[in-house]
Design a binder for this molecule. Structure first.
Ligand code: HEC
Length: 189
């Protein structure tokens, strides 16, 4: 009887241990191209189940498992927290990073309230993705668009300052140039 009870206790402990909390820290983020590419974006999993995250990403719909990390550009991240953590955002935490050759810093993080450096509220756009897409926008899931072409995105991914340098195609260089002149803020003095 005591042995049986010990067995039951250890099964419960193992199950509880598996449903661990995911608490992303700045050390979880580095060169975007070290993540796993799926179509135009990158994924990872902080809870040890990369295969489950890749499966949903490749299916192109469905609910991402706890621990999933999704990125399109080096500075914006979605991390799937444990089930029930934040029902409004379907448990996604929105994180904006500052990235440089020195590494990564967290600029903003949270749930429905997070605003990016361009004044856009992450949740307000991502919540418009149709339900089967679990707040993942891609190009045609119902979100408001972002002003980046696929070539611009590729160029931004290739120039993540935390990664080893790789060559840009002439088309990517031109796209990056166009983007930089479009986002250059005029000096106020
Ligand atoms: C103006 C609306 C808008 C805002 C604001 C916005 N996003 Fe997005 N986001 C999009 C769209 C649209 C895409 C897909 C673009 C593409 O694939 O070409 C996207 C892509 C992404 C992706 C890749 C997965 C996906 O959904 O396709 C992540 C991760 C992401 N955004 C995180 C964030 C975070 C974090 C913030 C805030 C710091 C944010 N976004 C702000 C619209 C927005």
């Amino acid at each position: 009887m005591t042995f049986l009870r010990a067995c039951i206790v250890s099964v419960v402990v193992v199950l509880a241990g598996h449903a661990s909390a995911v608490e992303p820290t700045v050390n979880d983020f580095s060169c975007i191209r070290d993540m796993t590419p799926v179509r135009g974006f990158y994924v990872d999993n902080l809870d040890g189940d990369l295969a489950a995250t890749v499966a949903v990403a490749e299916a192109g719909q469905g609910t991402y498992p706890t621990g999933s990390v999704v990125q399109l550009v080096p500075t914006e991240v979605m991390v799937k927290r444990e089930a029930g953590f934040n029902p409004a955002t379907k448990d996604w935490e929105f994180i904006e990073l500052d990235v440089s050759a020195d590494g990564t810093a967290i600029r903003a993080r949270g749930f429905a309230e997070v605003v990016n450096r361009f004044g856009g509220n992450c949740f307000a756009c991502h919540v418009k993705a149709r339900p089967e897409f679990d707040m993942i926008c891609e190009q045609n899931h119902g979100c408001d668009p972002i002003p980046l072409t696929a070539v611009m995105v590729k160029a931004i991914q290739k120039t993540d300052p935390r990664c080893d340098a790789v060559a840009l195609t002439p088309e990517e260089s031109a796209a990056l140039q166009a983007l930089m002149s479009a986002t250059a803020t005029p000096s106020s003095d």
